[in-house]
Structure formats: C-alpha cells, structure tokens
Design a binder for this molecule. Structure first.
Ligand SMILES: C=C(O[C@@H]1C=C(C(=O)O)C=C[C@H]1O)C(=O)O
Length: 267
C-alpha cells in the first residue's frame, strides 16, 4: 500500500501540491480541513499531513519533513477576526472549526496584547457566520476570502497582526510525519511540487481563480504577495516564538523542540 499523505483542501495549498497525484507520485493524496488532517495524522489514518503548526507540538515523535509550509510575511488575507465590538470588550469568540493554529494565534493575540480572554465557542464548518452571535469570529481559508457582510467594527488580518507585533514571519502549517514512516521519497516529491508550484504561480492562478470567485490577478497576488511557502531560519524562529506563547497560555505542553529532517532550503 502506498503511504497516505493529506493536504489542506483550501486554495492556499494549490502551489504546494502542483503536479502531484499522477501515477509517478509515490503516495496517495487526499484533501481535508486542517483540523481534520491533524486528527487523522494522530489517529494513524494518515502517514504524512500538512497539519496546523500548533498541532506539531501536541504530537508525539512528529517530524517536520520538508521546508515547504503555508506561512506569511505580512497580511495573509485568509485568516481574519471580525469584531462586532471593540477588541478590548470581546467576551465571546467563535473559532472556525477548520482551524487549530489560527485559533491558538487568536487567543494569544487577544491575551498578550489586550489582556482579553474571551469565552470560546465553535463556528462549525459550513455554518454561516451571520447566524453566530459571538462578539468576535475567527474565519480561515476560503471562507475568509469572501466573508458574508456583518457589522464589524474592526477586522484583524492575523498574519499582519502577528508580523507587526513580533517582526517575524508566521507559519500556519507544515508537512509532518508520524514516527516510523519512511519519508525520504515523499519529502523529495513534496519539495519538488512546491518548487514547481512557485515557478508556475501565474498558470495555477489562471486555472483556479474562477473556482474561488477571484480574478486571476487577485488569485496570483494571494499566492505571491500574501502567502509564503518556505520554512527557513526566520520561520523556524517564528515557530519557536509562537510555541513559547502557546505554552504560556497552556495551549501546548512545555519542553517540546521541533525536529526538522534535513530539509534542503530551496530558496
Ligand atoms: C493561511 C491559512 O493557513 C491555514 C491555517 C491553519 C489553521 O489555522 O490551523 C492551518 C492550515 C492553513 O490552511 C488559511 O487557512 O487561510
């Protein structure tokens, strides 16, 4: 049986999986929401998955197997908190059920910057945020790109807020393997896919834009200007900083150190 690899089903992942899935791909590839991928990896239903970065620190013996990631160096566009009241006054926060990392990031930003620790509720996948009465709502992925109109007094782009606050990039998700999985060939294919995705962003944008109600140039800008697909030294520093904040708020156990397989730093 081929190893099972799971990728995020959002638009943000198209450049990372470019050209994968044909007969030459040495693994099967499935697509799902980030939170579901994390659960499937921890249950052993997947061997490698593009999981939310916070989930890496919740796993046992996980390895980061490539230098490909979903990150940002500024506004990310597709991860936002919509505030119905000023952020300082938030008492209830609804969290997109597709998310784990941005959910942690939202709690960290509110607690560390404003001392706000809201009561939490889930915003189910497929639900309409207009039906949710929370003071603030976190949306990620495709549904954050075209949010329904609500009376928001403020909107935070969490990529932008983090980068302005820390001066560091942010890493939302990376390719992670369970212990005991042979990943050399998988990692090579995943890095090759990302490299060819980056070389073909205009074509990918042209192919995908209409499926997401975007113009080709909006889609290209999202890939090129908002998202960042390489996990380099600065991104590793950022991951550790994020982890330290998460430990401080009891969102992750202490004492974990990221294990990076020998990833070629491609760019
Ligand atoms: C930039 C994004 O990054 C994502 C956010 C994730 C999370 O919050 O857990 C996980 C994977 C990525 O899809 C996005 O979804 O828009």
């Amino acid at each position: 049986m081929k190893p099972r690899v799971g990728a995020v089903r959002y638009l943000n992942t198209k450049p990372l999986v470019h050209g994968l899935g044909d007969a030459d791909t040495p693994f099967t590839l499935s697509f799902d929401y980030p939170s579901h991928l994390a659960d499937q990896l921890s249950l052993g239903l997947l061997d490698v998955a593009l999981i939310p970065s916070i989930e890496y620190f919740l796993g046992d013996g996980y390895r980061i197997i490539t230098d490909a990631c979903i990150g940002c160096l500024g506004p990310v566009w597709s991860v936002k908190i919509f505030f119905r009241v000023p952020p300082q006054q938030v008492q209830t926060l609804a969290l997109d059920e597709g998310s784990r990392t941005s959910a942690a990031l939202a709690k960290i930003l509110l607690a560390e910057r404003l001392g706000v620790r809201p009561r939490l509720q889930a915003l189910p996948l497929g639900s309409d945020m207009r039906d949710c009465e929370a003071d603030a709502i976190l949306l990620i992925g495709d549904r954050a790109i075209h949010p329904p109109a609500i009376d928001a007094v403020e909107v935070w782009d969490l990529g932008e807020t983090w980068v302005e606050w820390t001066g560091l990039p942010f890493v939302f998700a990376m390719w992670v393997a369970r212990p005991g999985v042979a990943t050399e060939a998988i990692a090579q294919h995943l890095m090759q896919a990302r490299n060819s995705g980056l070389e073909n962003l205009p074509e990918i944008a042209e192919r995908e834009a209409a499926n997401y109600q975007l113009t080709t140039s909006e889609c290209f800008q999202y890939f090129h200007d908002n998202l960042h697909f390489t996990l380099g030294p600065q991104e590793k520093t950022a991951l550790t900083r994020f982890y330290d904040y998460a430990v401080g708020l009891d969102l992750a156990p202490s004492g974990r150190t990221p294990i990076y397989d020998d990833c070629e730093i491609a760019r």
